[in-house]
Design a protein around this ligand. Structure first.
Ligand SMILES: [Zn+2]
Ligand SMILES: [Zn+2]
Length: 356
């Protein structure tokens, strides 16, 4: 490399280095967001997942971190130390400061108020202190501004109350964590898994499938480190569903399906995974192997009509609608052998084929 490029401006250099270390510190508290962060500059539009802007969260925490590290304003570092002393984690202490900064940003965006450094400093002085339980709206503000509470800190007062979960980001629920007020205090590892599954869906639908599957693989790696079988199965299922939607990932899908088959004891689940395996074989280009897999399934478990429906679905996808139709007709001629779901699915597919 030409030496010219290695000569750096010292002041600028140290700025860049401190910016990088600030960002690293914030991202270290959000390992689940790293892939999204790395991808965000080339993703289209705003990165909002279930109403939460993770990139903004990182940026605002980075502002808070910079204030703490640089001691500017000095109240930020003091507030941080005080909150840590009171038992908050570094992330929560930084998150409390970030919450306040975010409030000012949203006010400025709504043009309701401009940033008032003095109010901000007074509010920082309250962070981590024992706040009065009740303050009357016309009482003097506890921040010491000598204004009435209602015209001073009332709108931010809740943001000044120490919260252990400050800084935690929760992008959704239902897969690894479940709704409710305690959600942000769930096992951090499970919150990360939940977040990654939502991030993966977002990346998948925004044209970044490589990043999406990387997120899902991080979930699998986490579950494996935990040696938690239920989590491993969940993580494998997420990868499998992704691979079923993208022909390009059929080989990866086959690999995880093989693991799912090995991990599953219930016969019904096992049969479903074997149908998935057959479909993935077809997606990989081996329709012949897929057919053989289906024949094995029928031989192994002749009274599993859902597999025949799945077979018909596959045949139809590969331009063999005639054969698919014959299978569906045969299925529907014996409706008592069918469960409601298979009957509905078979009827739907048959109608679809006939009206095409
Ligand atoms: Zn005040
Ligand atoms: Zn955070």
């Amino acid at each position: 490399m030409c030496s010219r490029y290695r000569t750096r401006v010292p002041a600028l250099d140290s700025d860049i280095e401190s910016e990088t270390s600030i960002l690293s510190a914030v991202l270290a508290d959000h390992p689940d967001l790293r892939i999204l962060w790395d991808a965000h500059t080339h993703l289209p539009g705003e990165i909002v997942i279930n109403g939460v802007n993770s990139i903004l969260h990182i940026l605002v925490e980075a502002i808070a971190e910079r204030q703490v590290v640089s001691g500017d304003p000095p109240e930020a570092r003091k507030a941080f130390e005080r909150m840590k002393h009171a038992g908050l984690s570094s992330h929560a202490a930084r998150g409390m400061i970030a919450g306040l900064i975010l409030w000012y940003i949203s006010q400025a965006l709504g043009q309701e108020a401009s940033f008032d450094a003095e109010s901000y400093a007074r509010q920082l002085r309250l962070l981590g202190t024992a706040l009065p339980k009740r303050v009357g709206r016309n009482d003097p503000c506890p921040c010491g501004s000598q204004r009435k509470f209602k015209t001073c800190c009332e709108p931010v007062f809740d943001l000044l109350k120490a919260r252990k979960e400050a800084g935690v980001i929760v992008l959704g629920n239902g897969k690894y964590i479940f709704g409710g007020p305690g959600m942000a205090m769930a096992d951090p590892g499970l919150i990360e898994m939940e977040n990654r599954s939502w991030i993966a869906t977002f990346l998948e639908t925004n044209g970044a499938p490589e990043d999406a599957i990387a997120c899902l693989r991080e979930n699998l790696a986490y579950a494996e480190r935990k040696e938690a079988n239920a989590l491993i199965v969940n993580a494998l299922q997420d990868i499998q569903v992704f691979c079923m939607n993208h022909r390009k990932y059929a080989s990866a899908g086959l690999e995880v399906t093989g693991r799912l088959i090995a991990l599953t004891t219930g016969q019904e689940d096992n049969m479903l995974y074997r149908c998935d395996k057959a479909d993935l074989l077809a997606a990989k280009g081996s329709v012949h192997e897929a057919e053989r897999e289906y024949q094995d399934i029928f031989a192994f478990c002749p009274h599993y009509p859902f597999a025949r429906y799945r077979y018909a679905l596959l045949l139809d996808q590969y331009d063999r609608a005639g054969e698919a139709e014959a299978i569906l007709k045969a299925l529907l001629e014996r409706p008592r052998d069918l469960d409601a779901e298979t009957r509905e699915s078979a009827r739907g597919l048959l109608d679809h084929i006939r009206t095409r």
